[in-house]
Design a protein around this ligand. Structure first.
Ligand SMILES: Cc1cc2nc3c(=O)[nH]c(=O)nc-3n(C[C@H](O)[C@H](O)[C@H](O)COP(=O)(O)O)c2cc1C
Length: 368
């Protein structure tokens, strides 16, 4: 598997498996002089685990980050930063069943064929949601870097199991409420309904999916490298690398296809000496370049594939059809854990593109 790196200037390489020794990331290209501590990365990692254990997998481990290289006296040195988390709560025997009987909806079958059975299948191995711990650690560094440019990335759940966020939240509500709720929804009332939807599905041995929204404010105009490294294309690529992501849309997304040009275009205005648009149907990206308006991206996540209902699969060792009821510890909904992962994915791509555009924060010796 040689495709475990992404980025051109802020390059991350992820490693580790669900039931291996650790999961980690090497970040190459982070400028020297960025204040960075384990505590700051830990704060982001802690967001992956909602405070209500009943709505997530019963796999329990405190993911404790270690920075192995790339910082000195509390600042980045300019050399590769390696951070990891040791896997502690590993019960590999639970997964013997899936060795020969691939779970419907998971990566077990194509992975076995592609890697000739040598892949670590335990807990989904390299295809486990656990590998997104690496995204969050790299995202913590990317977000610190973006913070020096005044760029803010906010992410929250807007739909779970068909329960929708009742009204668009303000930035204050997103900042203040999102992590108060276990489902990571900034509206407390909607959050209750979402939680209930998860618990109902769990009781039935089933799972639910949902939609996550991400808003990035204060991105300067012109970030992105068309043609093939357009900002929206690179963000979408990284988001599709998050397991269980099935759809990505910017601004009004697919609705644009159903509207007329006059409705869909965002008219320009001058506000306080700044060029802005009246609406933001484009979601902050035009021609693969940031438009200066907030980047607005929505991500659709499928329901967790591992469910404890009877389904059909094939026993590959005998080449015969067989029922499967998945055991092990699984999230009845991926959305709550995925919210900080999606935020990190977007931040990583933006940090890369800001550096590629020659933007170095003033605090790190740059002009901008
Ligand atoms: C944060 C996170 C947690 C996940 N937890 C589970 C889980 O508990 N059980 C499961 O079957 N899949 C889980 N997944 C989803 C699988 O990893 C994913 O569906 C699988 O690798 C197949 O990839 P695909 O859905 O992108 O096609 C999780 C994904 C994420 C991002």
């Amino acid at each position: 598997m040689e495709c475990n790196s992404i980025g051109k200037k802020f390059v991350i390489t992820c490693f580790g498996e669900s039931h291996g020794k650790c999961v980690g990331v090497v970040i190459d290209g982070c400028p020297a002089g960025l204040a960075l501590s384990e505590q700051e990365i830990q704060k982001e990692l802690d967001k992956r685990i909602p405070h209500k254990p009943e709505i997530v997998s019963s796999r329990r481990e405190k993911d404790v980050v270690e920075i192995l290289s790339g910082t000195f006296n509390g600042f980045t040195t300019g050399s590769p930063i390696c951070t990891l988390v040791w896997n502690k709560d590993v019960v590999p025997d639970e997964y013997d069943l899936i060795k020969d009987t691939p779970r419907p909806g998971h990566a077990d079958y194509p992975a076995r064929i592609k890697y000739g059975g040598f892949n670590d299948y335990r807990g989904g191995g390299r295809f486990s949601g656990r590998t997104t711990v690496a995204f969050v650690m790299a995202g913590a560094v990317a977000k610190k870097l973006l913070g020096l440019f005044g760029v803010e990335v906010l992410t929250y759940a807007i739909e779970i199991g068909k329960v929708k966020l009742r009204k668009a939240p303000s930035l204050e509500e997103i900042r203040g409420n999102t992590y108060k709720t276990a489902v990571r929804c900034p509206d407390l009332e909607s959050a209750k309904g979402m939680e209930e939807a998860i618990l109902k599905a769990k009781k039935e041995g089933d799972s639910v999916g949902g939609i996550v929204e991400c808003i990035v404010s204060n991105v300067p105009v012109g970030v992105g490298e068309p043609l093939f490294d357009s900002l929206d294309a690179d963000i979408a690529k990284m988001l599709f690398d998050v397991p269980a992501v099935k759809g990505v849309e910017f601004g009004v997304g697919f609705e644009a296809a159903r509207s007329k040009g006059f409705e869909n275009n965002d008219p320009y205005l001058i506000q306080g000496g700044k060029i802005v648009t009246l609406t933001n149907n484009a979601g902050g990206v035009l021609g693969g370049l940031s438009s200066g308006m907030p980047i607005l991206v929505r991500v659709g996540l499928k329901p967790t594939p591992s469910i404890s209902k009877d389904q059909k699969t094939v026993d590959l060792s005998k080449m015969e059809e067989t029922p499967i009821r998945v055991k092990g510890r699984h999230d009845p909904c991926i959305v709550p854990k995925a919210v900080p992962v999606i935020e990190s994915a977007v931040a990583i791509v933006l940090a890369d593109h800001m550096l590629r555009g020659g933007l170095i924060p003033k605090a790190l010796g740059g002009q901008k």
